[in-house]
Design a protein around this ligand. Structure first.
Ligand code: S3P
Length: 425
């Protein structure tokens, strides 16, 4: 093992449960018959927003230290909430739940925080309206607050316009309430947790290549599931270990669903020393232990079909790319501009301030490495992934990185700073 340097990371750790899977466990558990127990559920602000919405529609949800028990009310058992549903900062909750709400026999209003009120919702309003949904943006700007009138929906065949799992999931969940089959065609695959979980809950759903068919009519049945560790949270330690000299860490039980493992593939193509062991499959979701050692990285091109499989990890990959020899180009990632913040602007602005050579483009970045990074004051716009990515950059900067907000890590990874400390030698 090489010598420990400044902020060398060593040892092993588990990261909290996957955010995407935790949201879906609450949603599907709520509209199933019987009890669903989700072990290793992610207790973060975003997932608790989903819990709050379903509690407001009459679902009993018990939370203990690690698991969540959902007392499902069946497909048609949700109750009209007595107030507007509030989704906080969670785009996943807002978009996916609108598919369920569109098919109810009651009306709802869906709203979230300041950031959610700026995020595009037309992407779900349009396909859902093709199924007969009636959803209006109250301020007529394509964003929340949304007024959703419950309607009888019809199935449809829909070719995805953007590679978005949130949009795809909203359509599939609306399909549970529709007359006739719902067929989705995806040119570029997005994460498939909804399809896998629907199957686990007993829905009649099949994916064959680019085509997913959901046939409504089968009730969902509650189940026990274990949520694998979130690769999007593990990403920060993967990136941190790769760029801090002497590091050698193992992250246990991380979800490596092939629609989410783009970060591993991208780092391997940059020469990273990453190995997987103890692979398992639980309820269709693959997981493994990931060992990462400090590596001399080289630049690469990240584009095309891999983008949805690493979209949330791009800010962190950009930080690591500042330490890679040569040029890294990231393109086809315009979605970054409409995440919790404009991540192209915040990543390029922050890294440039720290001394990196990074040029933002319409849909990504061009980064020349390696660069020495300096401490700086960094603007996060309360975006959790920006805060954690720049905290990783701060491990190798020659002066402190000062973030204007760190509480935002509670959105997806409340224990982030404590876990990072545990790995420091
Ligand atoms: C998510 C899908 C992705 C991702 C988000 C979580 C999900 O968004 O960026 O953090 O759980 O379905 P899009 O569906 O907008 O690509």
């Amino acid at each position: 093992m090489s010598k420990a340097g400044k902020n060398t990371l060593r040892g092993s750790i588990t990261v909290p449960g996957d955010k995407s899977i935790s949201h879906r466990a609450v949603m599907l558990g709520s509209i199933s018959d019987g009890v669903t127990r989700a072990d290793n559920f992610l207790m973060s602000e975003d997932c608790l927003s989903t819990v709050a919405c379903f509690r407001d529609m009459g679902v009993g949800i018990d939370i203990t230290d690690k698991d969540v028990v959902i007392h499902g009310v069946g497909l048609n058992g949700l109750l009209k909430p007595s107030k507007d549903l509030y989704t906080g900062n969670s785009g996943t909750t807002t978009r996916i739940i609108s598919g369920i709400l569109a098919g109810q026999d009651f009306d709802t209003v869906l709203n979230g925080d300041e950031s959610i009120q700026k995020r595009p919702m037309k992407r779900v309003m349009e396909p859902l309206s093709m199924m007969g949904a009636e959803i209006t943006s109250i301020r007529n700007n394509g964003c929340t607050p949304l007024a959703i009138k419950g309607h009888q929906l019809n199935g449809m065949t829909y070719k995805m316009k953007i590679a978005s799992a949130q949009v795809k999931s909203a359509i599939l969940l609306a399909g549970l309430y529709a007359k006739g089959d719902t067929v989705i065609i995806e040119d570029v695959p997005s994460r498939n947790h909804t399809e896998l979980m629907l199957k686990g809950f007993g829905a009649d759903i099949e994916t064959d290549g680019q085509r997913t068919v959901l046939r409504p009519g089968k009730p969902l049945k509650g189940m026990e599931l274990t949520v694998p560790g979130d690769i999007s949270s593990a990403a920060f330690f993967i990136g941190a270990a790769l760029i801090t000299e002497g590091s050698d860490i193992t992250i246990r039980n991380v979800g490596i669903n092939p629609t989410r493992d783009g970060i591993i593939r991208a780092f391997l193509s940059m020469g990273a020393d990453i190995t997987l062991s103890n692979e398992k499959i639980q309820a269709g979701e693959r997981s493994a232990d990931i060992r990462v050692r400090y590596s001399k990285l080289s630049g690469t091109v990240i584009e095309g079909d891999i983008i949805p499989a690493l979209i949330d990890e791009i800010p962190l990959i950009a930080v690591a790319a500042t330490q890679a020899e040569g040029e890294t180009v990231i393109r086809n990632a315009a979605e970054l501009r409409v995440k919790e913040s404009d991540r192209i602007e915040l990543v390029s602005g922050g890294l440039k301030k720290m001394g990196a050579s990074i040029t933002p483009t319409e849909d990504g970045f061009v980064i020349q490495g390696p660069s020495k990074l300096h401490g700086s004051e960094i603007r996060t716009q309360k975006d959790h992934r920006i805060a954690m990515s720049f905290s990783v950059a701060g491990l190798i900067s020659d002066g402190p990185v000062v973030l204007d907000d760190t509480d935002c890590v509670n959105i997806s990874y409340p224990e982030f700073y404590a876990d990072l400390e545990k790995l420091k030698v």
